[in-house]
Design a protein around this ligand. Sequence first.
Ligand code: ADP
Ligand code: MG
Ligand code: MG
Length: 892
Amino acid sequence: PKYVYDFAEGSKDMKDLLGGKGANLAEMTNLGLPVPPGFTITTEACQAYLKSGREPAELSAEVSEHLAALEAKMGKKLGQSDDPLLVSVRSGAKFSMPGMMETVLNIGLNDQSVRGLAAQAGNERFAFDSYRRLIQMFGKTVLGISGERFEDALEAAKDAKGATNDLDLDAEDLRALVETFKQVVVDQAGRPFPQEPREQMDLAVRAVFESWNTDRAVIYRRQERIPADLGTAVNIVAMVFGNLDMESGTGVAFTRDPASGSQGIYGDYLQNAQGEDVVAGIRNTVPLADLEQIDKRSYGELLQIMQTLEEHYLDLCDIEFTIERGKLWMLQTRVGKRTAAAAFRIATQLVDQGLIDMDEAVNRVTGAQLAQLMFPRFDAQSAKSDVKRIGTGMNASPGAAVGKVVFDSYTAVKWSRSGESVILVRRETNPDDLNGMIAAAGILTSRGGKTSHAAVVARGMGKTCVCGAESLDVNTKQRIMRAPHGIEVHEGDVISIDGTSGEVFLGEVPVVASPIVRYFEGELDPEADDADDLVKAVDRIMKHADGRRRMSVRANADTAEDAARARRFGAQGIGLCRTEHMFLGERRQLVEQLILADTDEEQERELAELLPLQRADFVELLEQMDGLPVTIRLLDPPLHEFLPDITELSVRVAVAEARGEKREGDLRMLQAVHRLHEQNPMLGLRGVRLGVVIPGLFEMQSRAILEAAAERIKAGGVPRVEIMVPLVANVQEFETVKQDIIQVARDVRSETGVHLEFLVGTMIELPRAALTADQIAEAAEFFSFGTNDLTQTTWGFSRDDVEAAFFSAYLEKGIFGVSPFESLDVEGVGELVRIAAEKGRSHRPGLKLGICGEHGGDPDSVHFFERVGLDYVSCSPFRVPVARLEAGRSMT
Ligand code: ADP
Ligand code: MG
Ligand code: MG
């Protein structure tokens, strides 16, 4: 294969091969924008390297060829002593992984060429500043030296000067610093800093390849569900210099506000700076709008380019640029990350601007973003006045977070594992803080702007973040944060941060429902004149998604209250009502008596007592869902789940015996518990098996359901009942139970005189059921895939046991990209779903198919269910809007 592409050879659609950065550099080059020349080494080269531990044989020659072309274009050679060509070696994977991987700038400098550079630029300070940066980045990235070694030396040099700003160091200081850095390399790496320019470049390329597998990159990919085998491309770009003088600088910009979506001038600029200086919070940046005063011509050109990019990409773009002595250079662009709210706003704005259509708008937002908008937020008016505001920073990533202050990633993870909500407080974050950021409810930094690492990563994760709260002095070593007026905040103190306003409060601020939830609840009218534009945007997108989707969306709801909420959220029925919840609470005693019953008469008596209670539950549920289908599952869990714990009970009996007391009740109970005890309850006496062994139980439940339906009909309602038998493995066991249900229906009909229509169907949650679905479909009138159990029984593991035991190891080693309980395992479990759907429909055309596992609310899984042609998905009431949106998106 061809491993190297010149920028002019690529395009934005080649992200798989050239990575996002490379593809977009190519696109900008071909748009005629001012991009420094360069070339891209493909992801395939990286994959080959990672597989074999060696660069592919052809790579070196191809690189030489492109390097020669670059040198010819620039009229100088890499590292040439009197006038060096310098390059950056930049990582860039298909999906952006901000700050996760490595980049080395100023490649080509050495003890000779640094003088050549100084002479050419007429600026010695600049040349040595560039050289010390090269050694620093190269040392860290390629030679694996801790960055602190260099940072400490830099700090020491500043201290010696009494300087606080890196600009206060002059050429002399920087020349000395270069020597110090070179010594650090010798001490730490056991080898001198390589002077040969091509060797520098080749080692940097290899380091970028290897950075694909750093811990933090692995964690990030897992979090973002990015496949582990994509590899990164490497971009070699001729250097342009923002650190030449005050007429130079570097910045980042967005074509729209990534937090709100509003159009305007958003970004940060830093004079006399290079590369990461802007986002690292080394010095304070100025708002992009100030560039107009600093360099009007470049500013004008930048605005022009931003408009070109928006119209070309038809979306919000973010940009990295550098100005070298008044000449603007574009170093990167991509369709920018944005907050959930901005995603909805921008999508509809672009429709209104005539740039995209509604189908595309629906595509531009995700169910995950909608879910984020449904999180609660702070009550702006009343609540905040009761607590003390201790600072304000940038509203970097919206939302409301309350939690205990922690100052490091380790503590964040530890405390959150034990169930605490924590806020990770740092001066600024870096990629090593990633684990803590994932664990924390929110992130607070005292330095850095909206484009700092904390802000970018938090927005990507949808995590609340306030950054650059400068009035707060964060001391992570002492584990203390000092606020004005002598206020001290210690580890473990509760603070509240508002990612929408940027405010930081000491203490707990109460949270309120999000406007989007209130909109779904019907409390906010999107048509009202004063309606929030976010509510309007969400409404437009939801309406379009609803119009597009083929699948209907139901809810899993066990109570009338849940059913009512689900209906307000747009549920078109209940896909799963679990009846076991109706056996708990004060009814538990009745259930215990039922299980302990020695004779049939006793058993019947207990069942008769349960009947009216169950019936009343169903009447309410059917009333809430009047006119819509309601699937009610007969009892599923093993009976001993309703009995006391075996150990506790044994102890109680033993203690009583030791005291010489005899407790008849406890003894009898203990015998029953022993009788019902199972080694593998998950695979034991449950579901349809209960119905076969204790027919009276399912008969009572069916009677309660059908009597409730009759009652509703008498009251003028339209109940649409679907009785569902769980854990069926073969058609005979289903038939057995179905006959009982039909008999009950006949009885209820003749007793009530009401003509009842209802369906009897089954869950498909065992591989055998899926494989014999054609037979089962002869008897069953509908299938509902219980993908939780189907996942357990297909993989042969119990969710309750394995998640803690080995899932983290599996995720770490990349055996799963994501837990199969979270997102459906399409290849295995999904294949069973596909087979069952096909076989079922082949024997009963029009067989109704649904899914009621937790996957019903998972975006990726919803798209799969659309592909296999299910009629509906069912999920928890709160996920219903997410499923509606994703079902719509699966059609566009
Ligand atoms: P990241 O993916 O982490 O943003 P980049 O590869 O974009 O890393 O590079 C890091 C920084 O260095 C960015 O600020 C970028 O603009 C700057 N940079 C990269 N290449 C060059 C170059 N050829 N000239 C000047 N600055 C560069
Ligand atoms: Mg970049
Ligand atoms: Mg089940």
